[in-house]
Design a protein around this ligand. Structure first.
Ligand code: GPK
Length: 830
């Protein structure tokens, strides 16, 4: 239970304690106080880590009263809350964002200076929480930032992984994974509440019994359980005084180790149960777009949604709340299928614990969820075997069968005699083994289903879930993704932000469509000059960082060509690589004079899932090609390939503002949206890209003249696939492509070993599922257009400015507005 035992009489006891004074002196006093009392050191004896931790505490103290006040206000207003359910949050560093949200940057810098300290040095001490894999996890982080900034009551629910996404290192050019020890030096941003732990059951069996009213009911007799300990994080809105909550769950054993076994001398056996339970939140699955059919992963999924539902019902609603009206107070947004087990969990709670009848429980349940799909890859759609589900969550499997049975009745009533359709739509797949199609369950239970860009939502309706969209056309909608302008423009690109604010005022940070007002400046020579200087400054900043971070030397004056995203065949890093190898081959063979080479540095950043062979081989190849090209003096330094290890949010914040060219080259119809593409455009890079995901919308907004389009369209891809695609024919008929592939096969990049890269090359030649060879020539031609434009500096800069001016649409604030209107049907709290 929460709250005091009796009514407090002290005047200070009912309101949050005050906020430290908003002055340099007030800040210094608070900082030194934290250093002394939290770290137990004096300034003269403190380490950089002590200083960072004290600084974090200081900034938290400025946010604290607002956080407590936000919680009180929201609770009293009894408004609808957004419960964002996501297995991943790729937050990035917290300190910079908190300083920005509180407007403390200048005060902190000055105060620390008076203490003889340097703010950037302390900021660099923070290890980012990498609790996500890529786009999906970063999107969740952008969304909670936008909700806080827009005064939308929301709670982010997720898992506090002890180890986040692995730290990538390269050994002889191959990826080697190291554990991510983000908690090792302290975690000042979290507030653990072990006393509020929630019990989560697993295993066992179900049974029927007759209740006091003589009704036959079902109950679950679980076999084991764990505790979920909530860790709260502040989610500060930008300069608006709202601080929402992110609540991440950590697994703990229900009993401490068995003392009897311990006394008998078997220590390892005694702590085994504890280790087992705590494994649940031990590590993030480093997968992206491929389901990993692992029992532990299903345990993670159920663990965090069971904790979250319990938490909301017991702690966020007032006592005695009538759960028939639950949807007036919560909408759970399902971030992909990972949290979909929440659907049968809510049914179970309502029926087995609250005594609801099935129909009553279903009415409530189906109004409390909405589902976002983030992929089109068939292999990424989660299917859990009924054997596993039944073993781990027997009651939930029964409920899923019950939902399916009633749903199929509805289908048969709507389409009498169409038994094939009913089979196609069943949530239960029968092959290759019996399993639950989680996307179907989410679609049936959700009030709405959305894709993450226009093209993706259309393909989701027409190709992935056509039967469902025929049955319920109004259920389907689109919300194009967005990114937070606070982190990815205002923080990451301070100089550009200043230039924009000088021109149009500062409101763009929360009203990004205002960037349109920059359009007239695209032709202003003075603005162009400042814009170019800023790009150069960002490149210099990146050069300094990569020198000390990776020992990489970036040449100056180069076109900076950047491809950063997870390594996946559909994203086609191999196509980018073929372009590089082709340029090199043409210089070697004399078909391209060195002096005609546009000075260019290509930067890759990409992690491969540890079990994804082709992706890891591609990383190896990129590194080997980089090594040879970077050492070849015949290129006179005009072509350079850089692959800094361990691409993450922190590196993205330095890389993206420096880029000239943004590589968005997935096979059309494969990238659901992309969000990196938006960050680059907003920072004044031009895109070379296919008509895929949100690229379609970027190109429409910035205009064809300011975007380098290439490659097949989605319908063309479908047509070629239907006709039968033979990559070998492109190799045979395109001498430039053949020469590039042959150069790899010759051993040029592998110390003469002709077979080192057989897997990558023969996959391209004989399979090439993502049609890189079919788009090769078109890509090469588009790169020639890039070079021609880059030669005209004024024209390039003009296009870059127009990219910034015309992409305000891609703010995640706009995405949140769309969710509020189309899906959540609620409004911000004034
Ligand atoms: C999609 F299915 C998945 C996944 O498992 N992980 C992931 O990051 C990405 N995504 C898409 O690949 C991107 O196109 C999209 O922009 C991003 O999710 C956010 O919607």
């Amino acid at each position: 239970t929460y709250g005091p035992a009796s009514t407090p009489t002290h005047p200070l006891a009912t309101a949050p304690v005050g906020t430290p004074p908003f002055s340099v002196d007030g800040f210094v006093r608070e900082f030194l106080h934290e250093l002394n009392t939290n770290q137990g050191v004096t300034l003269s004896r403190s380490s950089v880590n002590d200083q960072y931790l004290a600084l974090a505490s200081t900034v938290k103290n400025y946010l604290m009263a607002r956080w407590l006040e936000t919680n009180r206000k929201t609770r009293e207003a009894k408004v609808k809350t957004i419960g964002y359910l996501s297995a991943e949050y790729l937050l990035g560093r917290q300190l910079g964002n908190a300083l920005l949200a509180t407007d403390l940057n200048d005060i902190a810098r000055q105060g620390l200076e008076l203490c003889g300290l340097d703010l950037p040095t302390l900021r660099a001490q923070e290890v980012e929480p990498g609790l996500g894999n890529g786009g999906l996890g970063r999107l969740a982080a952008c969304f909670i930032d936008s909700m806080a900034t827009m005064d939308v009551p929301s709670i982010g629910y997720g898992i506090r992984y002890e180890y986040g996404i692995f730290r990538q290192t390269f050994v002889d050019g191959r990826q080697v994974e190291q554990p991510d020890t983000w908690l090792a030096l302290g975690s000042p941003w979290e507030f653990p509440h072990p006393e509020a732990a929630v019990r989560v059951d697993f295993g066992g069996h179900t049974e029927t019994y007759v209740d006091d009213d003589g009704r036959e009911r079902c109950r679950w007799i679980p076999a084991w359980n764990v505790l979920g300990v909530p860790y709260n994080y502040m989610v500060p809105g930008y300069l608006n005084g709202r601080v929402n909550t992110l609540r991440l769950w950590s697994a703990q054993a229900t009993k401490a180790f068995d003392l009897q076994i311990f006394n008998a001398g078997d220590y390892a056996q005694a702590v085994r149960a504890q280790t087992f339970a705590e494994n649940i939140s031990k590590v993030l699955y480093p997968e992206d777009s491929t389901p990993q059919g692992k029992e532990l992963r299903l345990q993670q999924q159920y663990f965090f949604v069971a904790c979250s539902l319990r938490d909301f019902l017991d702690n966020e609603l007032e006592e005695g709340f009538d759960l028939h009206h639950l949807s007036e107070r919560i909408i759970f947004q399902l971030n992909d299928t990972h949290p979909v087990i929440a659907v049968p969990e809510l049914m179970r709670i309502l029926m087995d614990e609250k005594g609801f009848e099935w129909e009553e429980a279903w009415e409530v349940t189906k109004s409390c969820f909405a589902y976002t799909c983030h992929t089109l890859l068939p292999e990424a759609l989660e299917v859990w075997s009924t054997e596993l589900l039944g073993r781990l969550l027997p009651r939930h499997l029964e409920i899923i069968f019950g939902i399916n049975e009633r749903f199929l009745k509805e289908v048969r009533a709507a389409f009498p005699g169409d038994e094939m359709r009913a089979r196609r739509m069943s949530m239960i797949a029968e092959y290759p083994e019996q399993g639950v199609r989680m996307a179907y369950l989410a679609t049936v239970a959700g009030t709405k289903v959305n894709g993450v860009a226009e093209l993706h939502s259309q393909l989701l309706r027409d190709k992935v879930l056509p039967d469902f969209s025929q049955l319920w056309p109004d259920k389907f909608t689109n919300v194009t993704n967005g990114v937070t302008p606070r982190r990815f423009v205002r923080m990451a690109n301070p100089k550009l932000s200043e230039l924009i604010t000088d021109a149009i005022g500062s409101n763009w940070v929360t009203d990004l469509e205002r960037l349109k007002e920059l359009e007239p400046y695209a032709d202003d020579p003075e603005f162009q000059a400042r814009f170019s200087e800023i790009k150069a400054w960002n490149k210099k900043r990146l050069t300094d960082l990569l020198r000390q971070r990776d020992g990489i030397d970036l040449p100056s004056g180069h076109l900076l060509d950047v491809m950063v995203k997870r390594l996946h065949e559909y994203k086609r890093q191999s196509l980018k690589l073929l372009h590089i190898v082709s340029l090199y081959e043409r210089v070697l063979s004399g078909t391209l004079a060195v002096e005609d080479l546009t000075p260019r540095t290509v930067v890759f950043g990409a992690k491969a899932a540890p079990g994804y062979r082709m992706a890891k081989d591609t990383i190896h190849l990129i590194n080997k090609v980089a090594k040879v090209i970077n050492a070849d003096e015949r290129l006179e330094g005009r072509l350079k390939v850089a692959f800094p290890a361990n691409y993450n949010v922190t590196l993205a914040e330095k890389l993206i503002p420096a880029a000239d060219l943004s590589e968005q080259i997935s096979l059309a119809g494969m990238e659901a949206s992309g969000t990196g593409n938006m960050k680059f455009a907003l920072n004044g890079a031009l895109t070379i890209g296919t008509d895929d995901g949100a690229n379609v919308e970027i190109r429409r907004l910035v205009g064809d003249k300011h975007f380098f389009l290439f490659g097949m369209s989605e319908p063309e891809v479908a047509e070629l696939g239907a006709k039968g695609y033979t990559p070998g024919s492109y190799y045979e008929s395109n001498p430039q492509l053949k020469a590039a592939l042959d150069l790899i096969l010759s051993g040029e990049f592998s110390e003469g070993d002709r077979h080192m890269f057989d897997s990558v090359v023969y996959n391209l030649l004989h399979q090439d599922r993502f049609m890189a060879l079919a788009d090769f020539q078109s890509y090469i031609d588009a790169q020639a257009r890039v070079e021609a434009k880059y030669a005209d500096e004024a024209a390039w800069t003009r296009s870059a400015i127009l990219n910034v001016a015309r992409t305000g649409y891609f703010s995640s604030d706009r995405s949140m507005r769309d969710y509020l209107q189309r899906i959540w049907h609620t409004t911000p709290m004034i």
